[in-house]
Design a binder for this molecule. Structure first.
Ligand code: PSZ
Length: 295
């Protein structure tokens, strides 16, 4: 594995990180996960623009431009010959003695990156997932892709321990997002999702889905809805870079709709895949039909 660190491409044994890195001490940093399909980067620009935005929101001066970040991402894919998986990029406020306030201007951010080979979650995309609602105890800047993931970690663990695959954050009775995903419901042909504000991360996959909905002339309502509303949806799904569009078949043990992936969800999955040229070329984009059962 070749790692990127502060302008260099390094082998495992050349990599070293400080115990005084503010990412380690405080989770004082931001990150991105960028998908690669058959060696081709997917929505990398959007992810890297969001990385720049996240850094700016926590007042880290990232020492790279968007163009340089794209170059680093491409270089990591090539050096590691990453086929299907993702590229992880992380930026911390740098290395300095452990005090809460920012170090002085001379301390530079630490930027690292590496690749992870992992297949698409075909089985889960096909059969769907179970969600468990959990109290959203995170801070109020969920729009920042921060390294501070304690709330997300605890929620995911709670979901897993209940035999579910993903947690559903509820704050003030309102369904916000998943522990590592955005969520959507479909009721009477209308697609509902939480508005992009400080309560959620504005997912890149979320944005793709909204674009696809518009292309399909599927009406979209970006508005808060309750957990009771979620239970009553005809269809439900969550989205993320790795989970793509994952149908949700149960929430808190209650079946969503007929308890199988919904038709409109299937349609969105199909058009999502159809827009990934390498999947189409490899014949992977047509593995499922639209009537809710495996082909
Ligand atoms: O590997 C994984 O399971 C991944 S890759 C990205 C995520 C999980 N999660 C991103 C995320 C998130 O952490 C929260 C709290 N909300 C929404 C999302 C979805 O963002 P995108 O679509 O940009 O990955």
């Amino acid at each position: 594995m070749i790692y990127f660190k502060d302008g260099e491409y390094l082998r495992e044994e050349q990599m070293n990180l400080s115990v005084n890195d503010r990412g380690y001490a405080f989770g004082d940093g931001v990150y991105e996960v960028i998908k690669v399909y058959d060696g081709v980067l997917y929505t990398a620009n959007e992810h890297l623009e969001r990385l720049l935005e996240s850094a700016e929101k926590i007042k880290i001066n990232l020492p790279y431009t968007l163009e340089q970040l794209i170059k680093i991402t491409e270089e990591l894919q090539q050096q590691n010959e990453l086929s299907t998986g993702h590229i992880y990029l992380q930026v911390t406020r740098g290395v300095a003695p452990r005090v809460h306030q920012f170090p002085d201007q001379s301390v530079l951010p630490v930027v690292i990156g590496y690749t992870v080979e992992n297949p698409r979650p075909i089985e889960q995309l096909e059969s769907g997932a179970a969600m468990k609602s959990v109290d959203d105890m995170r801070w109020l800047r969920c729009d920042i892709k921060s390294l501070n993931l304690l709330g997300n970690v605890l929620a995911k663990q709670e979901a897993i321990e209940s035999g579910c695959q993903e947690a559903l954050f509820v704050r003030e009775g309102i369904v916000r997002e998943g522990s590592a995903s955005n969520v959507f419901g479909i009721k009477e042909g209308v697609l509902y999702t939480h508005p992009a504000n400080h309560f959620i991360l504005n997912g890149i996959t979320r944005r793709v889905v909204l674009q696809l909905a518009s292309e399909l002339s599927l009406p979209v309502v970006e508005k808060e809805f309750t957990l009771a509303d979620a239970y009553a949806m005809d269809e439900f799904f969550f989205t993320s870079t790795n989970a793509e569009i994952t149908p949700v078949v149960t929430i808190d043990g209650k079946s969503v709709g007929k308890g199988v992936p919904g038709q409109i969800t299937r349609q969105l999955q199909n058009v999502f895949e159809a827009k990934i040229p390498v999947l189409v070329a490899a014949g992977q984009a047509d593995e499922r039909n639209t009537n809710g059962s495996a082909s």
